[in-house]
Design a protein around this ligand. Structure first.
Ligand SMILES: [Zn+2]
Ligand SMILES: [Zn+2]
Length: 204
């Protein structure tokens, strides 16, 4: 079994099925590792990946690179794009890889006799040469990777809600440490009494 086959199998197990975007993710991750000369799937934390969408593609990237949310080596920049930036945190070198804009028509030409465009992509993405699949550019990050990674073991408590904040994600406002939600940058609000908590909990 080739490394690509083994990684596709692992990706399909993680994801329950194999689909074209997972293959793009696996091959993109392998390509990044090759360009940056980092042995992947990594067991250390040298490679850091920003994925620009979640879903199948992101699972493929994780399997190929070993970058995961759990290892704090994967971050979602939710642009809704099948693209990723790979950061060699040792060499401080970054590359962004995206599929070629005409990758779907190239896939159709490569495997014209499949049952559907989806099946053409599924087969073609496994065998197309990397330079027909992807475009690579060297990039500089406009955010600090050191700030994202932060330091292990750093934690403070929010002065308003009391919840613990890891990885230096607090803001200091007029001398108080505040969590992101308490500064007003919040993605939820309390559902004042409805549905009753007891009803929610009894579902489980
Ligand atoms: Zn999928
Ligand atoms: Zn708070």
């Amino acid at each position: 079994m080739t490394q690509l086959e083994a990684l596709l199998q692992a990706s399909a197990v993680l994801h329950i099925h194999l689909c074209p975007r997972q293959i793009l993710g696996v091959r993109m991750g392998m390509y990044a590792a090759e360009i940056l000369r980092i042995e992947c799937p990594q067991t250390q934390k040298r490679l850091f990946t920003f994925v620009e969408t979640d879903g199948c593609f992101a699972d493929g990237i994780s399997v190929a690179t070993g970058c995961t949310l759990g290892h704090r080596t994967l971050r979602l920049m939710d642009y809704g794009k099948v693209a990723a930036t790979f950061v060699d945190t040792d060499a401080e070198q970054s590359i962004r890889i995206r599929p070629r804009l005409d990758v779907r028509s190239r896939a159709a030409l490569c495997k014209p006799d499949e049952r559907s465009r989806w099946h053409s992509q599924l087969e073609a993405y496994q065998v197309m040469p990397l330079d027909e699949l992807f475009e690579v550019e060297a990039v500089f990050l406009s955010i600090s990777i050191e700030d994202i990674i932060s330091r292990p073991g750093v934690r403070v408590n929010c002065s308003i809600c009391g919840e613990e904040i890891l990885n230096e994600r607090e803001s200091i406002i007029e001398g108080s440490m505040l969590c992101r939600a308490c500064t007003g940058d919040v993605y939820y609000h309390a559902a004042t009494g409805y549905p009753p908590m007891s009803k929610l909990i009894s579902k489980f």
